[in-house]
Design a protein around this ligand. Structure first.
Ligand code: ADP
Ligand code: MG
Length: 682
């Protein structure tokens, strides 16, 4: 017997070339191969009669060869073989291209099983290049359910299938990790049966059962892993804070906090009292006031003798947090500093010294905070803003700069709770589901190019009333292949031909950080009427005087992203608007965009986004550190996730520590999953 950890090259027919192709699919070992599950199946079990064959629908049928196959050599490289077959219902002409040797096997008067689709482009029945097998041969391509594997260039489905079957023949599939009690309760196939059945199901029902088991298994491993980590975290000690009075902080605020903000702060307070490190996610729509929640946490950390750090994904945002919070907190005796990449080396050095000696209490910055050069005096609280922009590794790296510091994660991407669990692991969640008073919803419209003049007039109107406008384009530069607006070109057009009398500014991600900051600061000061931008402004930037957001080629963006962009306006007292333009005619796309016009509820929008695009897109390619589920599809298997969570919680409670074979196998699988996810859970 071979071992699961053996390389695929021990298989017959897998040499260096094949091994490379498998590697492209992340398949290195027999285990990888056995866990390379089909993406679909073709049911070739049912035989039909020839008269029941439907045009372009492949099917299996049994037929007798009615003549000797005749091959004509048409030209170099093209041989055509023709043969007629029949069953008791009809006759059928078969045509094969360049399959002379294969077709020579077809013998006059003998019966075979064929699999193929009739084409409708000839008079009468015709079929091109069906696969066929003799009645007494082993069913390989016919009379079975054929798994269809994810493939890569050069690798055929047949060679994957062959390799998988060899692997299953020479080694045992992965060990059972689900306790029998769980399998019984949830009607789950045993591991061995599932691993065979997923590759070689006897029926479509069995394939479904196998798939269900493997999805359940993945979620079970994942949830059990989280539970174990949560248990480990509960063991960690952190001294409960002694000072939890926020009166002075509340009194310093220029406004009254919303109920949701207060509730989130209460959650944080009880975390800080619990004696274990806080591990909390604050989710709230754009503009719900997350910054103040973070400020309250920082205030408490500092008043209890610790430093607090807040990491923002962009310099603009860090700068904005700094300018707002340093003013707010200074009278309360909190020394705030800013650490970003665009400080001069000298400034950076001085700031880092102040951080290390403890001369500053609250450090706001970008990923410069994570750099090895940044050493904290006494880091007790880590806040990450707009968390979805950070690799999870960065978050852990910052945490590692303190001794089990409290962790607060802020996200403006509302996600369903179940997904939050996957994305943020074992975080507790507080939701800000209330906007500060006086906010009117942003009126949103979807228009096409025929509205261009009206859009321009509307921009002019807003500006004449003393307001400012954002215009967001999907690309920075002109792109010949894509017919979409580029920020550079569009800014020029607007300035030169449309609004020569207005001040049009431009900001995009390819500009230097200092340049971006200058432009943003100028716009925030009111030194600009129209800001043409790419999505660099998506995150957090606050310009309360801006009342109009025009998003060009809106179909290029995800719904959640559009919602974020829209959140840039409506932050002041004046009525605000969002105009989405698109020349896309796809009804589904338009439907999607219209959904955005109808609702301003970020959670609903997120749900919609998830349904439409699936979690991969939803989280964006930037999102790293998510566990990779091989079979499970997060957008449709959430129900199974819930069941698996329940089952794993039971398991942890009852048998979790028992030294059963399943327990051991499960622990090793948990290790593998989270190793792959690379530190998702700190
Ligand atoms: P986000 O949740 O998007 O990070 P911010 O924290 O940036 O939101 O807050 C958005 C705006 O609302 C800021 O200008 C902030 O000062 C203001 N704000 C926050 N909380 C309140 C409140 N309770 N009442 C009035 N304005 C508030
Ligand atoms: Mg924010």
């Amino acid at each position: 017997m071979a071992k699961l950890s053996d390389p695929v090259t021990i298989l017959k027919g897998v040499g260096p070339t094949k091994a490379k192709q498998f590697a492209a699919l992340n398949i290195f070992t027999l285990q990888d191969l056995i866990c390379h599950f089909p993406r679909a199946y073709e049911d070739r079990t049912k035989l039909v009669t020839i008269d029941k064959l439907e045009v372009d629908v492949p099917a299996c049928f049994k037929a007798m060869v009615m003549n000797t196959p005749r091959t004509s050599h048409i030209r170099k490289g093209l041989d055509i073989t023709r043969v007629q077959v029949a069953d008791h219902t009809a006759r059928l002409n078969l045509t094969f291209f360049n399959q002379k040797y294969a077709t020579e096997q077809l013998q006059y008067g003998k019966e075979y099983i064929f699999y193929g689709a009739v084409s409708g482009d000839f008079i009468g029945y015709n079929m091109t290049s069906p696969v066929f097998e003799a009645l007494d041969s082993a069913p390989i391509n016919t009379r079975r359910i054929l798994p269809k594997y994810p493939l890569t260039a050069g690798l055929s489905n047949a060679s994957v299938l062959k390799a998988v079957q060899q692997a299953l023949a020479i080694c045992d599939p992965p060990a059972e990790i689900l306790p029998e009690s769980v399998r019984m309760e949830y009607g789950i196939l045993p591991a061995e049966r599932a691993y065979f059945a997923i590759h070689e199901p006897a029926s479509m029902e069995e394939a479904e059962m196998a798939k269900r088991r493997l999805i359940f298994e993945e979620f079970f491993v994942f949830s059990a892993g989280l539970s174990l980590m949560r248990a480990a975290r509960a063991q960690k000690k952190s001294t409960p804070y002694g000072y939890l009075d926020l009166t002075a902080f509340y009194n310093a605020l220029p406004f009254t906090l919303t109920g949701a903000q207060r509730r989130a702060i209460e959650d944080i307070r009880s975390d800080l009292l619990s004696g274990a490190p806080m591990n909390r996610l604050v989710q709230g729509d754009v503009g719900s006031g997350k910054t103040m929640v973070a400020a309250a946490a920082a205030y408490l950390a500092v008043k209890n003798g610790f430093q607090a750090a807040m990491m923002a994904p962009t310099e603009i945002l860090a700068e904005q947090h700094y300018s707002g919070l340093s003013k707010l907190l200074a009278p309360l005796g909190i020394r705030t500093c800013l650490l970003t990449g665009s400080l001069t080396p000298k400034q950076k050095k001085l700031t880092r010294e102040a951080i290390e000696t403890g001369e500053v209490d609250f450090i706001i910055g970008t990923h410069a905070l994570v750099s090895d050069a940044t050493v904290f005096h006494n880091l007790g609280l880590v806040v990450t803003d707009e968390q979805h922009r950070f690799g999870v590794a960065q978050r852990s790296k910052l945490s590692a700069k303190g001794q089990d510091p409290h962790l607060l994660v802020m996200s403006a991407t509302p996600i369903p709770r179940t997904l939050a669990l996957i994305m943020y692991g074992d975080l507790e969640v507080s939701i800000l589901d209330e906007l500060p008073p006086g906010r009117e919803p942003v009126d949103t419209f979807l228009v096409n190019e025929s509205y261009r003049a009206r859009i321009n007039n509307f921009i002019r109107k807003q500006v004449s009333e003393g307001h400012q406008c954002f215009v967001v384009c999907p690309a920075v530069e002109e792109n010949e292949e894509l017919d979409i607006k580029s920020a550079e070109v569009w800014a020029q057009t607007l300035q030169k031909t449309v609004f020569p009398d207005l001040r049009v500014l431009l900001i995009h991600g390819q500009m230097k950080a200092a340049e971006k900051e200058e432009v943003m600061a100028a716009f925030a000061r009111g030194d600009g009427d129209v800001l043409v931008a790419t999505t660099v402004i998506e995150v957090g930037v606050d310009v309360p005087n801006a009342t109009l957001m025009v998003i060009e080629d809106a179909d290029r963006f995800g719904l959640s992203q559009l919602h974020q962009l829209r959140g840039r306006v409506g932050r002041g007292k004046a009525k605000s608007y969002c105009i989405l333009t698109s020349h896309n005619k796809n009804p589904e796309t338009l439907q999607r965009l219209k959904a955005l016009c109808k609702t301003t509820d970020g959670f609903k929008i997120a749900e919609e986004d998830l349904q439409m695009r699936g979690p991969g897109d939803f989280f964006g390619s930037r999102q790293s550190g998510l566990p990779v589920f091989r079979v499970a599809n997060l957008s449709c298997d959430l129900q199974t996730l819930t069941l698996a969570q329940k089952a794993s919680a039971q398991w942890i409670d009852t048998e979790g520590t028992a030294d059963t074979p399943e327990g051991k196998a499960l622990r090793s699988r948990i290790g593998q999953l989270f190793l792959r996810a690379e530190g998702t859970m700190n």
